[in-house]
Ligand binder design. Structure first.
Ligand code: ADP
Ligand code: GN1
Ligand code: MG
Length: 367
């Protein structure tokens, strides 16, 4: 869809919400891969999003989760004397008092307050921000540790079921819907030869060796708002995938994105590696944020969480490349293949540095 047409739809959608005053301007915003995000400015700032309906097939359930989680968090934030409008998302109701607006095309829109005076980063610019993001994501899990998990809808079934994702990947290779498999022979082989990586965490969970917790499941650095004045990770955003999951996956996804020396779509792979210093910094922050509540097995499996999440994103990007770029937003040809390659480079680098990753985790755990 043309940008102008999309903006027109967004303007119309914005009018359906209960805003303070008039919306004066509206423009595309942020660099998420999934939803269409707009900044609406008026008497105050708002974030308007058109939810990705092909990914979130039950948008109403997603919103039920988000309203539930943010209401729960607001209670805790208020009791701790925090700022309920900045430390978690606020769902703005429509004029009909619904948490979303369903437009004539069947698209779902939602609105939040903009978290003012805060930024989200697409890469680590200062180590301290990375530490603060780890603290905030760890703390997020702790705040939700007594959330009634059974009330949460599974917004994307099997989201971090890496083994199931591996099967989907194999099927995409077999079907080769766009005739692209021939361009990715090495990449396909890389992931195939590491099938055990897809199974390890699922097996521990099934054997009762790791607990299911309420987790965020999408802990990219740009899913956290960092206060511009204090540098604190003030608000965890992008709550679409808050569901029961593994703590080590939240840790791992943040590492694969933030502890990489290159961007997720870097084409010069010599720039991509797992930075041990950043790995240590995130580990320190995450353990502190979790406040001593991880089990010994979870702590031991933190490096594995990093490798598995990197592997998983690698096969997801590759699968999407093979299927014709139907899931992640792309901005250039072969974008998903480029993303897949950075994940491969990271997995290989983590394998080489495995002993060091384990040592770092053990030394942080003793602190
Ligand atoms: P996606 O699922 O596409 O990643 P996000 O919910 O993460 O969508 O939003 C995309 C980006 O928009 C975020 O990375 C962040 O920069 C910005 N953003 C989203 N919600 C807010 C908010 N309430 N306040 C400020 N910025 C936000
Ligand atoms: C997506 O929504 P966003 O851009 O924060 C994706 C994550 C991937 C990530 C890769 C719902 O995250 O799972 O790890 O891209 N989110 C969803 O960058 O699929
Ligand atoms: Mg996001």
């Amino acid at each position: 869809m043309e940008e102008k047409e999309m903006l027109g739809l967004a303007e119309k959608a914005a009018q359906q919400f209960e805003l303070a005053g008039e919306a004066k301007s509206i423009r595309p915003y942020g660099s998420g891969h999934i939803n269409d995000t707009f900044l609406v400015e008026g008497e105050r700032g708002y974030i308007l999003q058109r939810m990705n309906r092909s990914i979130f097939t039950s948008p109403e359930e997603v919103m039920e989760n988000i309203v539930g989680v943010t209401t729960f968090l607001k209670d805790k934030i208020a009791s701790a004397g925090g700022d309920v409008l900045r430390e978690t998302l606020t769902v703005i109701p429509t004029k009909e008092n619904l948490p979303f607006y369903l437009d004539a095309q069947g698209e779902y829109w939602r609105m939040y307050y903009l978290i003012e005076g805060a930024v989200s980063y697409d890469r680590v610019e200062h180590e301290k921000d990375f530490y603060e993001s780890a603290l905030a994501f760890g703390n997020f899990q702790q705040l939700l540790s007594d959330y009634p998990a059974a009330t949460l809808h599974e917004t994307i079934p099997g989201f971090h079921d890496t083994k199931a994702r591996y099967e989907v990947f194999l099927k995409a290779v077999e079907e080769d819907a766009c005739g692209r498999a021939k361009y990715a022979a090495e990449e396909i082989e890389f992931f195939r030869s590491r099938k055990e990586t897809a199974c390890v965490l699922g097996e521990l969970l099934a054997a009762g060796k790791m607990p299911l917790r309420v987790t965020h499941n999408d802990t990219k650095l740009n899913n956290i708002m960092v206060d511009q004045e204090t540098g604190k990770g003030i608000c965890v955003i992008d709550l679409d995938t808050v569901m029961p999951g593994l703590a080590v996956n939240d840790f791992g996804d943040a590492i694969r994105f933030g502890a990489s020396t290159g961007e997720e779509d870097e084409t010069d792979l010599s720039k991509v590696s797992c930075d041990l210093r950043l790995f240590r910094i995130y580990t320190e922050g995450f353990l502190k944020g979790c406040n001593g509540n991880l089990t010994d097995m979870e702590i031991a499996m933190l490096p594995m969480g990093a490798k598995v999440m990197t592997y998983e994103n690698g096969i997801r990007f590759l699968t999407d490349f093979l299927k014709g770029d139907v899931y992640f937003k792309i901005h250039r040809e072969n974008h998903n293949l480029d993303r897949c390659r950075t994940q491969m480079k990271l997995v290989a680098d983590m394998e080489e540095k495995w002993g060091e990753l384990e040592k770092i985790v053990q030394s942080c755990a003793k602190q």
